[in-house]
Design a binder for this molecule. Structure first.
Ligand code: SF4
Length: 433
């Protein structure tokens, strides 16, 4: 069996008809076991996202630290880990449910009971009420959402605590509270003649539980990349404007498609007074965009689309709305991971698809639909380096812990946050078209 390290360094670009692997990857360091970064973090005293797509971003100091994975899991071969995971899952039976995000590596996803996006997975966990433990092979905010939606006595486990999300970390609760105080001072809190309050907070699912709680407490709501337009409509019916965090691109792309002019979408830079804007601009705004982005999706460019069109005339280009606006504008279509998956599944004729989203998902779709040609727009292969911190070694470690009666790496949203965050999530469900 191919070792995990080798598989990572050779994640192939599914080039039509060639099966060739890309000659380049984000960083040769990606081939190392993730535990090497746990150790490096312990030595440096600061958490990091690891090399690759998120290498330019710094993890906040509040990021949870992962302790060193026991040696036996670091030394085990991929085949040994596979057997141990299968055996532990077999012993646990219905007592555990394993969730695997679309962007997760294949060696982990193959053990998942459900595969999907973050919200699909949190809901999938609800279909297994007998499970004592929900092992979420995704990133930190996803495990938090599962904890908010699951029963209090169910333990949600994140196999590697260092699996964060650089985008989610770009908006922290204290920066959002400071921004909110400035906006309230500028706009006041009185509704207009139509009963609309001056501003409503909207947070993308890819955010901490604290921000979801903030939205719940302040009349706001959560959105996903599938329902962002419906959620913005819900917000515009209740407010004159929206403060949208943390992903500027999802906010801009969605509001632009709804007809909001770009000049009414100022950017909020958290470290500047009024977010770096003048009062007049903010008073005229409809959507105030937080200065956040996904390090994976910001890699996609218009030049890559032009190259794909030149190489494969008739190619269908579909990108994720976390991509920059110019890229979304240049694509044929854009939509969530679920939209992309369904679009490929629904194509009745052999089609060439150039996809702008995380490469693990793209390669899985390429394998799943061999009648089509499916490839990632980015020729320099970059998986989500934070999600990537979940290695089969960590999965084996948490599952064997459960077999021994020990819950490792439990993610618990504080009692004073969870109810408010649940309110914001429930508003989203009610706002669904
Ligand atoms: S792909 Fe981007 S938004 Fe998604 S988990 Fe990774 S860093 Fe976060």
């Amino acid at each position: 069996m191919t070792s995990v390290a080798t598989a990572i360094s050779l994640i192939p670009r599914s080039q039509p008809g060639t099966g060739r692997a890309s000659a380049s990857s984000c960083s040769p360091d990606l081939a190392k076991g993730p535990w090497e970064f746990d150790a490096a973090e312990a030595l440096a005293g600061v958490p990091a996202y690891g090399p690759g797509a998120s290498s330019g971003d710094r993890a906040p100091s509040s990021t949870p630290r992962q302790g060193q994975l026991p040696q036996e899991y670091r030394d085990a071969t991929e085949a040994e880990l596979h057997e141990r995971i299968v055996a532990a899952k077999g012993k646990l039976g219905e007592r555990v449910v394993v969730l695997g995000h679309f962007y997760q590596r294949d060696e982990v996803v193959q053990h998942a009971d459900f595969v999907g996006d973050s919200f699909q997975l949190a809901n999938a966990a609800l279909t297994r009420p007998d499970a004592e433990a929900i092992v979420f092979c995704g990133v930190h905010f996803m495990a938090e959402t599962a904890d908010i939606l699951s029963r209090r006595d169910q333990a949600v486990i994140l196999p590697n605590l260092a699996a964060g999300c650089s985008m989610a970390d770009m908006a922290d609760i204290s920066s959002v509270e400071q921004a909110w105080a400035q906006l309230e001072e500028l706009f006041g809190t009185e509704p207009d003649a139509e009963g609309r309050v001056p501003v409503i907070p909207v947070t993308y699912m890819n955010s901490s539980a604290a921000l979801k709680g903030f939205c719940g407490e302040h009349g706001g709501i959560v959105c996903t990349s599938s329902n962002a337009a419906a959620v913005l409509e819900w917000a515009f019916a209740r407010a004159q404007r929206v403060l949208f965090f943390p992903d500027q691109h999802l906010g801009r792309n969605t509001a632009k498609a709804m007809g909001v002019p770009l000049e009414q979408m100022p950017m909020w830079s958290p470290r500047k007074p009024l977010g770096g804007n003048d009062a007049e601009t903010l008073l005229d705004s409809r959507v105030i965009l937080w200065h956040g982005f996904c390090s994976v999706h910001k890699r996609f460019t218009v030049a890559q689309i032009e190259q794909a069109r030149a190489e494969y005339p008739g190619v269908r280009v579909i990108v994720h709305p976390e991509c920059p606006m110019e890229v979304v504008d240049a694509a044929d279509e854009y939509g969530s991971t679920d939209y992309i998956r369904k679009a490929i599944a629904a194509a009745t004729e052999p089609t060439v698809f150039a996809i702008g989203t995380e490469v693990n998902l793209v390669n899985r779709l390429a394998a799943e639909y061999p009648q089509h040609t499916v490839f990632c727009l980015d020729p320099v292969i970059c998986p989500c380096s934070t999600m990537y911190r979940i290695h089969p070694g960590y999965l084996a470690w948490v599952l064997e812990g459960l077999v021994d009666g020990e819950v490792r790496n439990r993610i618990e949203v504080p009692e004073d946050v969870a109810p408010h965050a649940r309110v914001a999530l429930e508003r989203m469900l009610a706002a669904r078209p």
